[in-house]
Design a protein around this ligand. Sequence first.
Ligand code: GLY
Length: 357
Amino acid sequence: MRTLGVVGGGVIGLAVAWRAAVDGWSVTLLDPAVATGASWVAGGMLAPLSEGWPGEERVLEFGAAALARWPGFAARLEAATGAGVFVADETMTVALDAADAADLRTVADWVGAGGHELRILDRAGVRALEPSLARTVRAALLAPTEPAIDNRLLVTALRRAAEAAGVVVRAEDVASLAELPYDQIVLAAGAASARLWPELPVRPVKGEILRLRQRSGAPPAPRRVVRARVHGRPVYLVPRPDGIVVGATQYEAGFDTAVTVAGVRDLIADAEAVFPGIGEYELLEASAGSRPGSPDNLPLIGRLSERIIVAAGHGRNGMLTVPLTVDAVAGLLADTPLPEAEVADPQRFSITVGGTR
Ligand code: GLY
């Protein structure tokens, strides 16, 4: 049996390891602290259409192709583990002023022209679907095909599925890929991937996020993912069975994952502008992670050498793009590259490929 080492135990590494084991590889996953990084901190939005913007065709197409694979991927995970990971079925982006409303129409027209379903709602339409949102919400963009998942359920289930399929998880740091003894290696170390392959243009992008629990008597959380821009800052609310996840700040701050007072203040203020009932909720957790940013907001999935494949740089879309990444890496391992993943080829950054390191 051919051996595969997966470096990195976030959502990408776990999912790739699971799939490779199912495909017949003898898989070892190496990470000193599996599922504790950005994948644990995340919110779980799957919103490539709502986040579409004219000029970003490749990001939209890649995200939409990933979204289309989610139902099948989630069904396989549920069959393997019993875990259902979806927490919402739809995404609603709300407008608080005329400029936001105009932007929503731009997104609806541009993304809709590609055949994707999006609907503009007026004030009454918003109220009918999400009565607990602020009266100042004047319009919204509804994406009926954009669900959300619970990222913590997901990574927990992926680890279970991977181990059940035979993946050996080793709590080890990797200092050099060259020293690993496997036939093939997948580098999926998120924001830290460039430490092991310095040419990779992957950098940490800090994000802070809050987890809130609904207290008795507090207004119920929105049933959909709610996105908005408040004072020029993006904010999103992702439902959970017992509350809401509110995200996320975005800074270039190296590998700093300290939660700042200003970050928490802004997230609460911006979320409250959209959902006034939030003040009644319990603040359960504030955390921060390092998203693996890339220069063009597309991941890097492809061969770095005869032995090494990279799957990193997923930025704000790690959860969304898991199913497509898994299929792309499986394709590379089987020498049948996936056409939909060609845009993620790291060679677009002219990275030196070759050798056996
Ligand atoms: N997935 C949204 C974020 O990274 O903030």
